[in-house]
Write a protein that binds this ligand. Structure first.
Ligand code: AMP
Ligand code: MG
Length: 485
């Protein structure tokens, strides 16, 4: 198949990457293709399904200039030095409806940045990345995409022997905060400037006209990161490894590992079993996002060269986060009329989260079922009230909420429709991914396809798929997800 590939990243000087080819895998098989992602770059499902050899890295398109990029980063708050694409290889970029998209193999063999790693990814974690990338995109949350997932029976050693897989992922750019930190800590300001100028020219061209384009870049990235954090908080997504090398310069969700979706609400929840101190707990995500922007600011200081300007850019994080939270939370509760109710609404939100925590109510179902509540009486309360172990725990807050609804112009039906457009019924719960993984490990890939089709319409009722909205079964309470991937 001909892929009209360019490679804009390869126009950077050689110091930024190493050119190399993927390492072939024996007897590959196609596990899944995302029709939506394929369509985005102009491929039909048939075309995408026929390109297994490319997706697994056994064939390289003639016009590709594969490369692995170098970067560094802070891991769990500690400077970790050079990391880089240890198991990712960029094929190049391709035109899409949303602008040029880079295509990257993840798990296609070792690179000079693999350190102690084998350059591979296991089927288990690749299924999780594949499904969640597409699920996040369908939720309307900025994210890298997943085009294809291929496997091979070649063994890969983790805690146990697993099998290899390759995800072909797509994003306008995979440049990370750590890509900048790399040149700062190496004291190579010339490369730092080349990278910043590249990112500005390609993704933020309007900033070139600003007095201090680098401070402006920091401001843009701070605010898009803040907005991303608000999206995560409002859908209950936990990334699990918010190291600076996993933070996208475009504010995309990147590098899916031990992520999770909040079920029984607990702000202190830690989805990454390896994160013992809870640095990346749900409640900490917004402030860690801000911390990461400080790390980026530090790296950009030689270019910004103006401490107050950098501070100003960083200070735009908090208001951007608060504003986005406010917008999303109002929408989640079906509330318009924001101006008249500002402070009272924030108290309503706080009380809601406190109540959700007290009763450990399921995050996704709470918001979804809340849309059935009626303004006039409690006749529509049942769906949400039944989620509470002690249903009277809901009633006090419901009274406040109902009182607030009196000031809303929309009818119950209109509000329900609007709420169902922003509160998903279906998210990638850990146990759903686990079921698909176990089947796939027995060569049955149907559940991946089924999940993909459920999660691409997360806001639709899909009565035929109601079981995918269900609370986790008892066995799922023992599921642990670690960094091992
Ligand atoms: P992560 O936190 O999973 O995004 O990975 C951190 C760093 O480790 C990145 O530089 C990855 O490329 C690298 N890495 C993770 N797993 C492997 C592996 N199996 N082989 C080579 N490099 C890896
Ligand atoms: Mg990473």
């Amino acid at each position: 198949m001909h892929l009209p590939l360019d490679n804009s990243f390869a126009t950077l000087p050689p110091a930024f990457y190493t050119r190399l080819m993927p390492t072939p895998l024996p007897a590959p098989y196609l596990v899944a293709v995302s029709d939506d992602a394929a369509r985005l770059i102009g491929l039909s499902t048939e075309q995408a399904s026929a390109a297994l050899d490319i997706w697994v890295g056994n064939a390289v398109p003639a016009n590709a200039q594969p490369l692995a990029a170098v970067y560094s980063g802070h891991q769990f708050g500690v400077w970790a030095g050079q990391l880089g694409d240890g198991r990712a290889i960029l094929l190049g970029d391709i035109a899409s409806a949303a602008g040029p998209m880079e295509l990257q193999w993840k798990g296609a063999g070792p690179t000079p940045y693999s350190r102690m790693g084998d350059g591979r990814a296991v089927l288990r974690s690749s299924i999780r990345e594949f499904l969640c990338s597409e699920a996040m995109a369908a939720l309307g949350i900025p994210s890298s995409r997943a085009l294809a997932l291929a496997g091979s029976d070649q063994g890969v050693m983790r805690e146990t022997v697993e099998t290899a897989a390759v995800v072909v992922r797509m994003a306008p750019s995979f440049v990370r905060f750590g890509s900048f930190e790399h040149w700062y800590y190496r004291k190579q300001p010339a490369e730092l400037k080349i990278l910043a100028d590249y990112v500005i020219a390609r993704f933020y061209p309007a900033l070139q006209a600003q007095e201090n384009p680098y401070a402006a870049l920091l401001g843009e990235v701070s605010r898009s990161t803040a907005r991303l954090m608000a999206h995560w908080q409002c859908v209950g997504f936990m990334h699990g490894v918010m190291n600076t090398d996993n933070m996208s310069i475009l504010g995309l969700t990147l590098d899916y590992g031990p992520f999770g979706f909040m079920e029984s609400f607990d702000p202190e929840h830690i989805c990454n079993h390896t994160d013992q101190n809870g640095r990346y707990s749900y409640a900490n995500q917004p402030q860690i996002g801000h911390w990461n922007c400080y790390a980026l600011a530090q790296a950009l200081m030689p270019l910004i060269d103006d401490v107050p300007a950098a501070q100003l850019a960083l200070d735009s994080y908090q208001p951007a986060f608060a504003a986005q939270m406010d917008l999303l939370l109002h929408a989640k509760l079906g509330l318009t009329q924001l101006e008249q109710h500002g402070a009272a609404d924030r108290a309503l939100f706080d009380a809601m989260f406190a109540m959700m925590q007290t009763y450990g109510v399921d995050f996704t179902l709470f918001f979804r079922n809340l849309s059935q509540l009626r303004r006039a009486d409690s006749s529509g309360d049942r769906a949400v009230r039944d989620l509470f172990i002690d249903a009277t725990g809901f009633d006090g807050w419901a009274q406040q909420y109902r009182a607030r609804l009196q000031d809303e112009p929309a009818s119950d039906a209109e509000r329900q429709q609007a709420m169902n457009r922003v509160n998903p019924r279906y998210v990638l719960r850990n146990y759903l991914a686990q079921v698909a993984i176990e089947k796939a490990q027995n060569k049955d890939y149907s559940e991946i396809q089924r999940l993909l089709s459920v999660l691409r319409r997360p806001y639709d009722e899909q009565e035929e798929n109601a079981s995918y909205a269900a609370l986790p079964p008892d066995w799922a309470s023992h599921l642990e997800v670690s960094c091992s991937s």
